[in-house]
Design a protein around this ligand. Structure first.
Ligand code: ATP
Ligand code: MG
Length: 271
């Protein structure tokens, strides 16, 4: 007799995550009871007011910070620290200016002990996927902001992580560079099926990229609501259907933005 197959654990499972910071003004509760789950290969966007704990949540998933309470599980196993299965991409590409584009992409592979020829081959293949193959030998200062973020993306993908954690990676880019990176990321995701958590302030960006959009409350952050986005890909920020969906998300987000604003005023007015 065969036993029924055990259900696969969630790729990412956050349960009751709480985090407070000790500050000069006392305890600051960044996250309270944050919980959500993701299946392998899902693309989820986290949207929420400034200071609601989005970066803190990513850092906890990355293993760079520790939750005070709650569980963070990857494939059913608790996160005990940073690991090769997760890579973070930040708002600023944080490339090494003294290295070529190719060596920036290959950097993490060197740390893993991969021989030089092989890591260069792999770095160039990754640069191809972000359309920067011909810039392999260029210096970082020759690149535009959008190109730098594409190098950061290639560097992250070279490590072949299962989970990509992206913290407002396109926030500093102009509209055109952002739109082309949206298209590239959608196509990369379709071909690699990475599990992606993408943090943004931008409602339309969240809807362009995500299978689901999770709206976080004002601090202490927890999931306030969830929107499923089923529009066919590739999506554009300018599509009418997307702009319509954005109205509903924005209406939901508005009260949290208001609450966050009042919080900031309280901070300023406090003695
Ligand atoms: N190391 C720290 N020490 C003290 N307070 C911190 C620390 N890190 C974050 N905070 C505070 O925790 C709260 C959440 O910060 P976090 O950076 O996670 O917010 P965020 O949602 O990413 O904001 P933004 O949208 O502006 O990037 C903020 O009030 C922040 O000031
Ligand atoms: Mg942040």
């Amino acid at each position: 007799m065969t036993s029924p197959a055990a259900p696969l654990p969630w790729k990412l499972d956050l349960r009751g995550v709480c985090k407070a910071f000790r500050t000069s003004r006392g305890e600051l509760h960044a996250l309270r009871d944050l919980g959500f789950r993701m299946a392998a290969g899902e693309f989820v966007c986290l949207l929420g007011p400034s200071g609601c704990g989005k970066t803190t949540a990513l850092n906890i998933i990355a293993g760079l910070e520790q939750a005070d309470r709650g569980d963070v599980l990857i494939d059913g196993r608790p996160v005990a620290g940073p690991g090769p299965d997760r890579v973070v991409i930040f708002q600023e590409a944080a490339l090494f200016p003294w290295l070529t584009v190719r060596d920036n992409v290959a950097f993490g592979l060197a740390a893993r002990g991969m021989p030089r020829r092989e890591r260069h081959r792999l770095a160039e293949a990754q640069l191809e996927t972000v359309n920067l193959r011909e810039f392999a030998a260029a210096s970082v200062h020759e690149l535009s902001g959008g190109m730098k973020q594409r190098v950061a993306l290639a560097r992250a993908l070279a490590l072949n992580p299962q989970v990509l954690l992206m913290d407002e990676p396109f926030a500093a880019l102009d509209a055109q560079a952002r739109e082309s990176l949206h298209l590239e990321l959608q196509s990369l995701w379709s071909s690699t099926h990475k599990t992606i958590v993408f943090v943004t302030h931008n409602v339309r960006e969240a809807l362009v990229l995500g299978d689901r959009v999770l709206v976080l409350s004002a601090r202490p952050g927890h999931i306030k609501s969830e929107f499923r986005c089923d529009l066919p890909r590739p999506r554009s920020m300018e599509s009418h259907m997307l702009i319509d969906s954005a109205q509903a998300v924005l209406a939901d987000l508005r009260s949290e933005l208001q609450a966050a604003q009042e919080d900031v005023h309280r901070d300023w007015l406090a003695p």
